[in-house]
Ligand binder design. Structure first.
Ligand code: IMP
Ligand code: MG
Length: 175
């Protein structure tokens, strides 16, 4: 079991807020005149997407999709399933996927393929964090908050066995 005493702050809330503002500026600039459809990946992106959209000055819409690739363990099972699909058509839309973390890349690349088949006008990825040391499948990240080391992270929506999503900073679990 992971206790709160095993957590060490990796990225504090001020650093996160700055990154969210920077990403929102880039997205505002790139989507001028468009009506993007943001798709948050549940559950990990919930806090990030909530903060991000409040700094987007665009006539956007928000959807969520839930995929599962992890069991109760810290290792990806490698098998991705769409647990809760889209409630809206994305054909012809400018779709921006919002992820908490790209780790092996298996989940995100599966998801991008799944969405691409539905023929959006454009498809881009915004990820709060990237753990490139663990990548097994290449994933193009259009908007990135932070590159993180090869440690398991929690907080700001990101969980370990469903815990710690409520913490305001991003922490690394120290073994
Ligand atoms: P991937 O398929 O290995 O890229 O994993 C992507 C998903 O695994 C993310 O959306 C997270 O939900 C989860 N994940 C990967 N690394 C971590 C981590 O360090 N902490 C918490 N969840 C993680
Ligand atoms: Mg997750």
């Amino acid at each position: 079991m992971v206790l709160q005493s095993h957590l060490k702050i990796l990225i504090n809330r001020e650093q996160i807020a700055k990154a969210v503002t920077r990403l929102a500026c880039e997205i505002n600039r790139d989507y001028q005149g468009k009506e993007p459809l943001l798709i948050g990946i549940l559950k990990g992106s919930c806090v990030f997407v909530a903060d991000l959209i409040r700094q987007l000055d665009l006539p956007l819409e928000l959807e969520f999709i839930k995929v599962s690739s992890y069991g109760a363990a810290r290792e990806s099972s490698g098998k991705v399933r769409v647990v809760q699909g889209l409630q809206t058509r994305i054909k012809g839309r400018d779709v921006l996927v919002v992820e908490d973390i790209v780790d092996t890349g298996i989940t995100t690349s599966f998801l991008l393929d799944y969405l691409k088949k539905k023929r959006p006008a454009s498809l881009k990825l915004c990820a709060l964090t990237d753990k490139p040391s663990r990548r097994r499948v290449p994933v193009p990240i259009d908007y990135l908050g932070f590159t993180v080391p090869n440690k398991f992270i929690v907080g700001y929506g990101i969980d370990c066995d469903e815990k710690f999503r409520n913490l305001p900073h991003i922490y690394a679990i120290e073994d």
